[in-house]
Write a protein that binds this ligand. Structure first.
Ligand code: AP5
Ligand code: MG
Length: 218
């Protein structure tokens, strides 16, 4: 099964993707995580991406598309992937179709997680991420046992540099302008399913899981 998860910044794409990938044995591919790793490693792609990410802007299509084409071509993708945060523009969606054609891959579903703007602001400004294993927490909604330490690996928790209030606001503007209109592309393909993300993490997951189990049976 190949899937995509979409939604505004802070909707819970990463949080749900972790659970979905585990439940359905999929490889979780987040373009945001790929760029953050590239920044950490100091690669050329990382340096270019950082300029845009720090402003809350999208990384240019040609860079992202190449990164995704390269990643999807690897043999570990054949048995099932969950794309998180890609595509985000109509150009990316169209380019992805070409990549999938070349690779002979077909996507089964697009999971859209919908959350109102006030809640998104609360979620993003309270998010903490493990520097070592990437597990995501929230200081109020999903707190670690010890405030600055990851429950799973003992790594240090940090706040993403694009989770400041001004950058979050810009990311929401960019989402509305560039990403939201793209979703029609998948609605027209008939593989788009909307989920109310303004609920408890587990409630959202149970809903997505039930939908995917039905989808698998077909
Ligand atoms: P990316 O890393 O993808 O960021 P994003 O889309 O802004 O989304 P987030 O990762 O911030 O949120 P999320 O939906 O994953 O929420 P999470 O589960 O963490 O991209 C970052 C940047 O990279 C972009 O701005 C852009 O510059 C660049 N980029 C990436 N892909 C690109 C592309 N395709 N094209 C161009 N540029 C690209 O949850 C958020 C918080 O809420 C956490 O604290 C979590 O614990 C909490 N939470 C989650 N669910 C719930 C719940 N149900 N109830 C309460 N709290 C919850
Ligand atoms: Mg994420």
């Amino acid at each position: 099964m190949h899937l995509m998860i979409m939604g505004p910044p802070g909707a819970g794409k990463g949080t749900q993707a972790e659970r979905i990938a585990k439940e359905f044995s999929l490889l979780h591919i987040s373009t945001g995580d790929i760029f953050r790793n590239a920044i950490k490693e100091g690669t050329e792609t990382g340096k270019k991406a950082k300029e845009y990410m720090d402003k809350g802007a999208l990384v240019p299509d040609e860079i992202v598309i190449e990164v995704v084409r390269d990643r999807l071509s690897k043999p570990d993708c054949a048995s099932g992937v969950l794309l998180d945060g890609f595509p985000r523009t109509l150009e990316q969606a169209e380019a992805l179709d070409d990549v999938l054609n070349d690779l002979g891959m077909v996507f089964d579903a697009v999971i859209n997680v919908d959350v109102n703007e006030e809640e998104l602001l609360n979620r993003l400004t309270g998010r903490r991420v493990c520097r070592n294993c990437g597990t995501t927490y929230h200081i109020k909604f999903n707190p670690p046992k010890v405030r600055t330490i990851c429950d799973h690996c003992g790594g240090e928790l940090y706040q993403r540099s694009d989770d400041t209030i001004d950058t979050v606001k810009e990311r929401l503007v960019v989402y509305k302008k560039q990403t939201f209109p793209m979703m029609e592309f998948y609605q027209r393909k008939g593989i788009f399913e909307n989920f109310d993300g303004a609920r408890d993490i587990d409630e959202v997951f149970q809903d997505i899981k039930a939908y995917l189990e039905k989808k698998k049976e077909k």
